[in-house]
Design a protein around this ligand. Structure first.
Ligand SMILES: Nc1ncnc2c1ncn2[C@@H]1O[C@H](COP(=O)(O)OP(=O)(O)OP(=O)(O)O)[C@@H](O)[C@H]1O
Ligand SMILES: [Mg+2]
Length: 591
């Protein structure tokens, strides 16, 4: 506030000097408009401020403007957060004074009504453009004095430069005689606490010539970033009265650009989205599951999985980052090295990685984290999506997965082939022939990736020893997922039974020795279920309508672990028995 008081004093001083420019610069005036509530609560001071803005450029204060503006902006933004449509009435103190003559003056426009209609029109336009719910950032329409403001926050996934280019090309003066594009006047401020850009049409300025009197009637677009309070950039359209159709279109277009996720090609617009949708539905109809596309921003769905969800396995996480994620994020580093080392350029970025390890050790879970972190789609291809009993069909399906992965995204894609061992082994001779053909398609695809495409294959298997050596030799890296050790089991249990004390976690980790992450999770789930049924039975037995819910004690978990161990032992015994029976059968059975 001290800075503001200093500013008022300086403003009064500057007012006492005749301004060298009759109206001052509009952009300075606008920066003061930003502090709406400040104007509302202190209309006298705001008058001074508005007058001050007409002279600031020519006063000594101008030299310290960045810092002053920064303070004013942050005050303005904080004040704006409190002002919404409910504040329409409070804006009256700064409305122009009504005529007191006996001739009845025109009733003042109802700005609240205009704002309401504007919101409805924009919502209609968004829908008519086929934007899905949640795919655009939320916007806010409010009234400031005699002006309507439309505002939205730019998600961190949107590039501000691209947004500015979009606004410029939508609203600027077209420059068709050059290389296309359009012109707009851009003014910018930068201070230690905030930065701001205003955009204005060149045409309007030309029409008005040297005079900028009516500039307040024009659309002004602020793009504002506070460096202190929030990491979000805000876009604000300010206009006296309603937007024109063109301006409304431009606002919706900016909203759509802001809502576009990286990796989605914004230039080719809806035509491309449609072709992407077609590719996705073709893949999905084959049984391929696709992660990492078409998820609305801010959608924290269950697919959102991060390294934190996978306890332990630090070495494996590190290897995945080194071999897969880094190459996807910074391919240029890999390419530059190759340019310096090889006589003939060929990419050394990893194309195929093998995840090997017993069932339930987190291989598929890691692939899903990769899909989230890589920012490119991951195609999860279960065995049944490609294996077909019809002659030639399996090879065709696998080939289709690869060609559609290349079409799905310019940024590349990850193909996750689960249970890859099924492509390489089979005891059934007819099936064996089919798998052999599928395998040869797979080998050709891994060999034949185009250099500029960023398609990476991740294959998972429980039986690496059964894989075809030709396939194994094509993996750039093999990451082993072993059974979790005591410490890792403890961490997994802590994710599924957080109420247990440290000694109890250790006790349960000891009781789950040689179990996988999936088994350990299932032990905890089993304990929860039996405990729930016990509570319900107990409540019924004593005639209680509502049972007070308590959490399962360690004993419940230990019993569940024991039950799981018995079940696993019986499955293992059954498997051994089957193997022994098979080995007794003659190899050539003519019956
Ligand atoms: N390290 C871990 N931390 C937490 N949960 C785990 C961990 N490992 C496995 N799980 C749990 O086990 C489930 C199964 O893991 P996942 O499907 O990733 O195993 P997998 O190695 O792909 O198994 P499979 O070889 O049978 O396909 C996961 O959804 C998760 O709930
Ligand atoms: Mg799996």
């Amino acid at each position: 506030m001290a800075v503001l008081h200093r500013l008022f004093r300086a403003a009064r001083v500057s007012l006492s000097h005749p301004p060298s420019h009759p109206r001052g610069r509009p952009e300075l005036r606008r920066c003061f408009h930003h502090g709406t509530s400040f104007e509302q609560s202190n209309s006298k001071a705001s008058d001074v401020l508005r007058s001050c803005s007409t002279t600031l450029n020519d006063s000594p204060l101008f030299s310290m403007s960045p810092a002053v503006f920064g303070v004013l902006f942050s005050v303005g933004v904080a004040a704006y957060a409190d002002s919404d449509e409910a504040n329409y009435k409070s804006s009256s103190p700064i409305d122009p004074p009504q005529h007191s003559s006996s001739v009845p003056a025109d009733p003042p426009p109802n700005y609240a009504d205009i704002a309401k209609k504007e919101r409805a029109r924009i919502q209609e336009l968004i829908q008519s453009k086929g934007s899905q719910y949640g795919s655009c950032p939320r916007f806010n329409v409010s009234v400031r004095g005699q002006k309507i403001t439309l505002k939205f926050q730019v998600p961190s996934t949107c590039e501000v430069a691209q947004l500015i280019a979009n606004i410029g090309s939508q609203l600027g003066v077209k420059v068709s005689d050059r290389t296309g594009g359009s012109d707009m006047i851009l003014r910018a401020w930068d201070s230690p606490v905030a930065w701001q850009i205003t955009l204005r049409s060149v045409e309007k300025k030309k029409e008005q010539g040297a005079s900028e009197d009516d500039s307040d009637e024009d659309l002004c677009i602020l793009i504002f970033g506070s460096l202190l309070n929030s990491d979000k950039v805000e876009v604000e359209y300010i206009k006296k009265g309603s937007l024109t159709t063109e301006e409304r279109e431009a606002f919706v277009s900016a909203l759509q650009v802001a809502g576009t996720k990286p990796g989605q090609n914004k230039e080719s617009g809806r035509a491309r989205d449609t072709s992407m949708d077609k590719t996705i539905s073709q893949l999905e109809s084959m049984g391929v599951r696709i992660y990492g596309v078409n998820k609305p921003l801010g959608d924290d769905s269950v697919d959102e999985i991060s390294w934190d969800n996978i306890a332990g396995y630090d070495q494996q996480k590190r290897e995945i980052e080194d071999t897969i994620l880094m190459a996807l994020h910074s391919p240029e580093v890999y390419d530059d090295i190759v340019r310096g080392t090889r006589s003939k350029f060929e990419s050394n970025r990893p194309r195929a990685v093998l995840f090997e390890g017993p069932p339930g050790t987190g291989k598929t879970s890691c692939a899903r984290v990769i899909a989230n972190q890589a920012g490119i789609p991951l195609l999860y291809v279960p065995l049944e999506a490609v294996m077909s009993k019809y002659y030639g069909e399996s090879e065709r399906l696998l080939g289709a997965v690869f060609s559609q992965a290349n079409e799905l995204s310019d940024g590349g894609a990850i193909i996750f082939l689960d249970e890859i061992d099924a492509f390489a082994i089979s005891r059934d001779s007819e099936m064996h022939e089919a798998t052999r053909r599928v395998l040869s398609v797979l080998l050709r695809q891994i060999d034949g990736f185009e250099q500029d495409k960023k398609v990476v294959v991740i294959a998972a298997t429980n039986r690496k020893q059964d894989l075809d050596p030709a396939l194994i030799s094509r993996f750039d890296s093999m990451i082993m997922f072993g059974l979790p050790d005591l410490q890792t089991r403890q961490e997994i249990i802590a994710q599924y039974a957080k109420q247990l004390s440290k000694p109890e976690l250790v006790q349960l980790a000891q009781a789950t020795e040689a179990m996988s992450g999936r088994d350990t999770r299932d032990v905890c789930q089993g304990a929860e279920r039996t405990w729930a049924s016990k509570l319900i039975r107990r409540a019924k037995a004593i005639g209680l309508e509502q049972q007070q819910v308590t959490l399962p004690p360690i004993q419940e978990y230990l019993e569940s672990a024991e039950a799981r161990r018995r079940a696993l032992r019986s499955v293992a015994e059954q498997r051994e028995h089957n193997l022994a029976a098979r080995s007794k059968k003659p190899l050539l059975d003519f019956e």
